[in-house]
Design a protein around this ligand. Structure first.
Ligand SMILES: Nc1ncnc2c1ncn2[C@@H]1O[C@H](COP(=O)(O)OP(=O)(O)OP(=O)(O)O)[C@@H](O)[C@H]1O
Length: 333
């Protein structure tokens, strides 16, 4: 596991909630005869789905943060909010630089060669033409696709495609790199190369977020981990402890020990809630201190982003506290 050397705050997620309205028949039986009749003709009532509920944390330079949790727990939603591709329903996301989101579905052109896609991808990320050739050399060596770099991307395997996407995103030397499952499809050698590159970015005082289902990947490649469950932050702590607890919880679920799993979840959620409360207090105190200063100069500062109509703000001045780790009992792996 890489060692943690925390620097300045780079991303602040402040009491962020994201609610979607989705068509569903789940509550149809509670509705009257008219909606039930309409449903027979294809109409669907809308229900609220809370993808993220009051999630708060602060990321720092030099950290690689694994975001873990079961399917539908809110991991990708969180990354999209940090990238600025979506806005929170409530709360604020702030970042000191534009995060680069790397997803396995990143839009590249299947008809074009890997090399042409690398060129397009780099230009799309804002590279100037004079820097392009050096960056392309970096992509070629990072992707390590050999002659396949000249073949159309539609002929690539999933792992080859993800190697190229990772190489393109990593070439931009981003201050904040967001990776959504990109390492999952790569083979052992490409995973090692990707992990090396992530370490380099982190060491150059960047922040890396890695969404994955694999607790083991988090232990091996991250300094810190955030565990989401049904949109709630269950735990935020050192990668090894958090990922071990997640794996222990998952093992209990898989082996039908639901009472132990439930106890682990409650125990870890309580720690997560205490941490969120501490962060909220610190943020409030920070805002109060700032507005006090602004008041003296007669220019009050606007508070963080809230509501769906506003864009996430891209500045940060956070504080955070960490929870204690648990004592050993049956909820300890
Ligand atoms: N655009 C959307 N519209 C409606 N619901 C959405 C949308 N995006 C996400 N959701 C819902 O939000 C919840 C969280 O989804 P998200 O993709 O963030 O989960 P995840 O943890 O990344 O899942 P996975 O591990 O399966 O990729 C899910 O219930 C999903 O159905």
């Amino acid at each position: 596991m890489p060692s943690s050397s925390k620097g300045h705050p780079t991303v602040v997620v402040d009491r962020v909630s994201r609610t979607f309205k989705v068509p569903s028949l789940e509550k149809l039986k509670d509705l009257g005869p008219v909606p039930r009749a309409l449903a027979r003709f294809g109409w669907r009532p809308m229900v609220k789905l809370e993808a993220l509920k009051q999630v708060s944390f602060t990321a720092h330079s030099g950290e690689s943060i694994g975001v873990i949790g079961i399917n539908g727990s809110g991991k990708s939603t969180l990354l999209r909010l940090i990238a600025g591709l979506d806005v929170p329903t409530r709360g604020a996301v702030k970042a000191t630089a534009q995060p680069i989101l790397l997803g396995v579905n990143a839009a590249l052109q299947p008809e074009l060669s890997g090399l042409a896609n690398a060129r397009l991808g780099l230009l799309a990320m804002g590279f100037f033409r004079e820097d392009l050739e050096d960056a392309i050399d970096l992509v070629i060596s990072q992707a390590n696709l050999g002659p396949a770099i000249h073949r159309p991307m539609k002929t690539y395997s999933a792992g080859m495609g993800s190697r190229l996407r990772f190489a393109i995103a990593a070439a931009s030397q981003p201050e904040i790199l967001l990776i959504d499952e990109a390492l999952a499809t790569g083979d052992e050698t490409s995973r090692n190369r990707a992990e090396e590159r992530m370490d380099q970015i982190r060491e150059q005082a960047g922040t890396v977020f890695l969404v994955t289902h694999s607790g083991q990947t988090v232990e091996q490649t991250c300094t810190r981990a955030i565990w989401l469950h049904h949109g709630e932050l269950v735990q935020d702590g050192p990668a090894k402890e958090t990922a071990t607890m997640y794996r222990w919880w998952a093992w209990n679920v898989a082996n039908g020990k639901h009472d132990v799993a439930e106890k682990i979840l409650r125990q870890e959620s309580a720690k997560g809630a205490a941490m969120a409360e501490a962060l909220a207090k610190a943020t409030k105190a920070d805002k109060a201190a700032k507005s006090g200063k602004a008041g003296k100069s007669g220019k009050p500062k606007k508070a963080g982003t809230s509501g769906p109509s506003e864009k996430p703000q891209r500045d940060a001045s956070p504080k955070s506290e960490r929870p204690r780790q648990g004592d050993g009992d049956e909820t300890t792996p």
